[in-house]
Design a binder for this molecule. Structure first.
Ligand SMILES: CC(C)(COP(=O)(O)OP(=O)(O)OC[C@H]1O[C@@H](n2cnc3c(N)ncnc32)[C@H](O)[C@@H]1OP(=O)(O)O)[C@@H](O)C(=O)NCCC(=O)NCCS
Length: 214
């Protein structure tokens, strides 16, 4: 066995080459490596709840709800099945270097080995945003997801202050951000989502005194 794979087997996967790895109590989060990981980040955004709260404009034919549910269920435990099911999508291929987004993490539920969500830090806005797969919502995992987003920015990307925004009516989002250590911050009372819907907004911040790059 190569030393690298022995190290990974004993200590788990590690950061390197612009990719990041974070573990929380129940989630394994990592920069998408193969096309299936990247597709899972889209798959968690397909259902009506995710679309509404994120204010998404979904292009017809991007990904249907049934395909998304199936794709997410394959997770890391049954990757080869997903690859066989949609050969034309080449889901097992590694992403090219210019397709790798070091600010994004796909989350896998460690016990189930199914894709559980995605969280991303946007360097342009300085904010994180994240979404769980429908069947992993309302079980307290949002706290872990947002805490991982803050950790990615602080301890892997060297960012001292991370922002986040939530619709006032999105209690799970606000409560998860608060439980993850985000504190209220200033921001516009109203915010226009990508779909044009204008909403009452809450803004948050998560600070680190010792940000670093991994
Ligand atoms: C937002 C999201 C990540 C939150 O994670 P979560 O694990 O589902 O949230 P939790 O289970 O930790 O719930 C957080 C709080 O909301 C409450 N809650 C849960 N479900 C609720 C519901 N349907 N209605 C109102 N409150 C609810 C919980 O009681 C908890 O409150 P508490 O801390 O006071 O007990 C997740 O729900 C999600 O992906 N939603 C869809 C997309 C989305 O809204 N993205 C964010 C856009 S800003």
């Amino acid at each position: 066995m190569a030393v690298g794979s022995l190290v990974r087997r004993v200590f788990g996967p590690r950061c390197g080459g612009g990719r990041h790895v974070i573990r929380t109590a129940r989630l394994d989060l990592f920069t998408p490596v193969i096309r299936l990981d990247a597709a899972a980040c889209i798959g968690v955004l397909v259902d009506a709840g995710a679309q509404r709260w994120n204010g998404l404009v979904w292009e017809e034919g991007t990904m249907g709800a049934a395909a998304a549910a199936q794709l997410l269920s394959f997770g890391t435990g049954r990757r080869s099945e997903a690859v066989r099911q949609w050969p034309q999508a080449r889901l097992g291929e590694r992403l090219a270097a210019d397709q790798v987004d070091g600010g994004q993490l796909v989350a896998v539920h460690r016990a189930d080995r199914r894709y559980a969500g995605e969280v991303a830090f946007d360097p342009e806005t300085g904010q994180i945003g994240g979404t769980l797969a429908p069947w992993y919502r309302y079980r307290g995992l949002g706290t872990e997801l947002f805490a991982a987003g803050a950790e990615l920015a602080h301890r892997h990307l060297g960012v001292a202050s991370v922002g986040a925004g939530a619709e006032v009516g999105n209690r799970p989002s606000r409560r998860s951000l608060e439980a993850a250590g985000f504190t209220p911050a200033g921001g516009p009372a109203r915010h226009v989502l990508p779909d044009g819907r204008e909403v009452d907004s809450s803004w948050y911040e998560h600070r680190s005194e010792h940000p670093r790059r991994c």
